[in-house]
Design a binder for this molecule. Structure first.
Ligand SMILES: *Cc1c(COP(=O)(O)O)cnc(C)c1O
Length: 383
């Protein structure tokens, strides 16, 4: 059996270091916002190229706290419209609802599955105040164009980078200037997390940088937003038992932060292994029943998942099961068709719906062996 994702194998590579980190936490007994969180925040900000990183309890909270932070700063207000992709994991949309903002669901570009720039333009109006760009499946959204739109219309550009740790823009692009405190003077290749005004990451175990439990982070160059989120994530408190704002409890666990520092060192080599596997799939899978993903060969994709399309998915799934090749569907039901979001169920989003019917994800991970890759390719070519 080829597992879709072998988390044990992924983390067992670091067994000694993880155990040592655990032993240190046990010895020092710093459990909450201890030195590991501080260290990881510094390292991850440095990795992304941002001035600031704030650890949070998970990715959904990271997204929500960005929006709540902007509300706290008066840059967003209740009921403002926020453009989000319809084709995403539901967390993106939930964060907007949790912040009492109004999500405007936008169709994807069917080639990349990421939010369509044309559709974003077509849906701009006076009440739209921000765009959330999801780098779906690990491939950066069309951030250069989205930045231009954000600059022209004075919108906030927020990245949902939960699937794209380490992805880098293809061409050199200009920093944002509208609402950011810091304007990046020269054009440069930017990493996910440093493209918009703020970005949210998840360290859910299966992500490219995954903890051994829940975790998340916000990255930004905006000092005011940084300070607002520092307060919000910790009961609105900087000094113990002094509460300045109505805050939350959404802290990155110190134990997880210790683990993440260990795994961060291997993120680039893991991503590079994922890209090598993806390149082999793209070159060697030859089957007219399947549509392979668009990839420009650059580092703007970290292949969190390798998603293909197939007309008769049920038949293909049965075939993979019979041949013991793992698979998953990201995701089986579009957010606007979920019970929780039934007030959006009337929306006509045919591209999103079509994608959800046809997609299936193949095994891809840094611990998938060449032999396993061979088998996946052979099995699929024989379908
Ligand atoms: C995983 C994920 C999230 C949420 O992360 P959690 O840590 O599970 O809360 C948000 N957005 C996207 C696109 C994700 O893939």
């Amino acid at each position: 059996m080829i597992n879709f994702l072998d988390l044990h194998k992924i983390n067992n590579r670091f067994r000694k270091e993880l155990e040592a980190s655990f032993a240190q936490s046990l010895d020092t007994s710093y459990y909450i916002l201890g030195p590991n969180v501080k260290t990881f925040e510094t390292e991850f900000a440095h990795y992304c190229g941002t001035d600031y990183c704030i650890g949070t309890a998970n990715g959904l909270d990271a997204l929500t706290l960005i929006l709540k932070g902007y509300i706290e700063l008066g840059r967003l207000k209740k009921g403002d419209k926020i453009i989000v992709p319809a084709n995403t994991y539901i967390a993106t949309i939930l964060s907007v609802l949790h912040a009492d903002l109004e999500p405007i669901l936008i169709e994807p570009n069917p080639d990349t599955y990421n939010i369509s720039v044309e559709e974003v333009k077509a849906n701009l109006d006076i009440d739209v105040k921000a765009i959330v760009a999801v780098h779906l499946y690990g491939q950066l959204a069309e951030t250069e164009q989205l930045k231009t739109i954000a600059n022209q219309h004075n919108l906030l550009l927020i990245e949902d980078a939960a699937q794209a740790h380490g992805a880098v823009t293809n061409s050199k692009i200009q920093g944002l200037n509208s609402k950011s405190q810091v304007s990046i003077a020269n054009s440069q290749r930017l990493k996910a997390g440093n493209i918009g005004h703020a970005a949210a990451f998840s360290f859910y175990p299966s992500k490219n940088l995954g903890a051994l439990g829940d975790g998340g982070a916000v990255t930004t160059n905006d000092k005011e937003l940084y300070e607002a989120i520092l307060l919000l994530r910790n009961y609105g408190s900087k000094v113990k038992y002094e509460n300045e704002v109505v805050g939350y409890n959404s802290r990155l666990d110190d134990l997880q932060a210790g683990f993440l520092s260990i795994k961060l060192k291997f993120l680039d080599s893991d991503n590079s292994r994922r890209r090598d596997i993806a390149k082999r799939y793209l070159k060697e899978i030859k089957n007219s029943k399947l549509v392979l993903p668009f990839y420009d060969g650059s580092e703007n994709h970290v292949f969190h998942t390798f998603v293909i399309e197939v007309e008769d998915r049920e038949d293909f799934v049965n075939y993979l099961n019979k041949n013991k090749v793992g698979w998953l569907i990201h995701y089986p039901t579009p957010p606007h068709k979920q019970m929780a979001l039934k007030r959006f169920s009337h929306l006509k989003l045919p591209i999103t719906e079509q994608i959800h019917k046809r997609i299936i994800s193949l095994p891809i991970s840094p611990v998938l062996s060449d032999k396993e890759v061979n088998t996946v390719i052979e099995v699929i070519n024989a379908y």
